[in-house]
Design a protein around this ligand. Structure first.
Ligand SMILES: [Zn+2]
Length: 383
C-alpha cells in the first residue's frame, strides 16, 4: 500500500470516528439514558469497516460502512466522507454507489441532497462517464442554477470533446453568473472553430471566425495562426510584414510560434521576407531571443550561422546560448546542446506553472486558455 493511500485511509478513519462520536454526543443530549450496549453494537460495523480498509479489502469495508450508516440515524456525513475517499482513490464506481445510495434516502435535507448530487456528478466525470456526468451536472444546476463550478465542469467536458458551440454557450452562462471577464477564453473557442474550418478547407469561414476571435481578444495566438496559414495559402490580402507586425504588437509572447511556422512551411520568397523583417528587428534592438531562436532553429545550420552573424545576434541567457549552439554548431558542443534541446521544455503556463515542450493553446494541467509563455532564464537555472 502506498504512503499516499495509507494517508488517505488514516484521514478517512479520523473523519469517520469524529463524525461518529459527534453524532453520538448529539444523540446523548436528546436521549441521556441511551442504552450503552446499543451504541457499542452500532460501533462494531464501523470498526470492522476500518479494519477491512486497512487490510486493503475495500469491498468488504464498503459493506461494513453501509451497514454502520444504516444502523446510525444521522449517517449522511459518513456516506459523504466515504464517497469522497473512494473518489480520491480512483475507485469511481464505489463512489457512485455510495452517492446514489445517499440520494435514495428520503430523510436528506436540501443541503445534503445538493452536496450528494454534486459529488455524484464529480464521480461520473472523474470516472470518464462524460454523458452521465453532464446529465448529473444538469441536475445540480436545476437545484442551483447559478452554481458556477457545475457550469465550469460542463464547459470542460465540452471542450475536451471539441464541442465548441456547446462550450461557447456554457461560457456565456458562466460569464453571466460570475460577471468575470471571459474574453480571452471566448476568443480561443472561436479560434478553435476557425482552426477546424481551416482543416476542412472552408477558408472563408475560417477567416471570418478568426476575425471574430481577434475582435474579442487581439492577443489570441491561435486566431493569428489561422490567419497566417490563410496568408500562406494566398487567401489573405494583408502583407506578411504587416501580419508579423500585428502579431508582435498584440501577442509578442507567442510570436515564436509564427516564426517557426514560417520557417517550416514558407517558400523561399516568404522566408527571405521574414529574414529581412527579423534582421531589421534585431538591429533595432527590439528582438526577443525567442523569436530569433525559433527562426534560427528551423534553418539549416549554415544559414542559421549566417543569419545570426549578419544580425549580430548574441543571446542574453544561458538557455539562449545553448539553443544557438544547438542550431548552428556541428561539432561536439553542438551535439551536446542538441541532446539538451531534444528534451528541454520551451513553454510554461503562467497560471499553474506546468512546463511543456510544444506550445498548447489550452493548458493540459489547469485548462486555462492562452496562458503559455516562453520559458525564461530562471527556469533554465532550476532545471
Ligand atoms: Zn496551467
Amino acid at each position: 500500500m502506498t504512503l499516499f493511500l495509507l494517508g488517505l485511509l488514516l484521514f478517512a478513519v479520523v473523519v469517520l470516528i469524529a463524525l461518529f462520536v459527534r453524532a453520538g454526543e448529539e444523540e446523548d443530549k436528546e436521549k441521556p439514558h441511551e442504552d450503552e450496549q446499543q451504541r457499542a453494537s452500532s460501533m462494531r460495523p464501523l470498526l470492522l469497516g476500518i479494519n477491512y480498509l486497512l487490510a486493503d479489502a475495500p469491498d468488504r469495508a464498503l459493506r461494513a460502512f453501509i451497514e454502520a450508516a444504516r444502523m446510525h440515524g444521522d449517517a449522511a456525513e459518513i456516506y459523504m466522507a466515504l464517497g469522497e475517499m473512494f473518489r480520491a482513490r480512483g475507485e469511481y464506481m464505489r463512489a457512485v454507489r455510495i452517492h446514489q445510495n445517499l440520494l435514495a434516502r428520503p430523510d436528506l435535507d436540501e443541503e445534503q441532497r445538493f452536496r450528494a448530487a454534486w459529488a455524484l456528478a464529480q464521480d461520473f466525470h472523474k470516472g470518464g462517464f462524460f454523458d452521465r456526468a453532464l446529465r448529473q451536472y444538469e441536475r445540480v444546476l436545476q437545484m442551483r442554477p447559478d452554481y458556477a463550478p457545475a457550469v465550469e465542469a460542463c464547459l470542460r467536458i465540452r471542450e475536451d470533446a471539441g464541442e465548441w458551440d456547446e462550450a461557447l454557450k456554457l461560457l456565456d452562462r458562466w460569464q453571466r453568473i460570475t460577471n468575470e471577464d471571459a474574453s480571452r477564453h471566448r476568443a480561443y473557442l472561436l479560434a478553435q472553430k476557425a482552426w477546424e474550418a481551416l482543416g476542412r478547407d472552408a477558408h472563408e469561414r475560417a477567416q471570418a471566425l478568426a476575425q471574430e476571435a481577434l475582435k474579442v481578444d487581439a492577443s489570441c495566438a491561435l486566431a493569428r495562426l489561422v490567419r497566417l496559414r490563410l496568408l500562406l495559402a494566398g487567401r489573405e490580402k494583408a502583407s506578411l510584414a504587416t501580419s508579423l507586425q500585428d502579431w508582435r504588437a498584440h501577442a509578442p509572447q507567442t510570436l515564436a510560434v509564427a516564426l517557426a511556422e514560417l520557417a517550416r512551411t514558407g517558400e523561399e520568397e516568404i522566408r527571405q521576407e521574414v529574414r529581412n523583417w527579423l534582421g531589421a528587428c534585431v538591429k533595432n534592438n527590439e528582438a526577443q531571443e525567442d523569436w530569433v531562436l525559433a527562426w534560427l532553429e528551423h534553418e539549416p545550420p549554415a544559414d542559421a550561422r549566417r543569419d545570426a552573424k549578419a544580425w549580430g545576434f548574441r543571446p542574453k541567457s544561458l538557455r539562449g546560448w545553448l539553443r544557438l549552439l544547438a542550431a548552428t554548431r556541428e561539432d561536439e558542443d553542438g551535439a551536446f546542446a542538441r541532446r539538451w534541446r531534444a528534451q528541454a521544455p520551451d513553454w510554461r503556463c503562467s497560471e499553474c506553472g506546468v512546463e511543456v515542450r510544444e506550445v498548447r493553446w489550452r493548458c493540459p494541467q489547469c485548462h486555462a486558455w492562452g496562458t503559455m509563455r516562453p520559458l525564461e532564464e530562471e527556469a533554465c537555472a532550476q532545471g
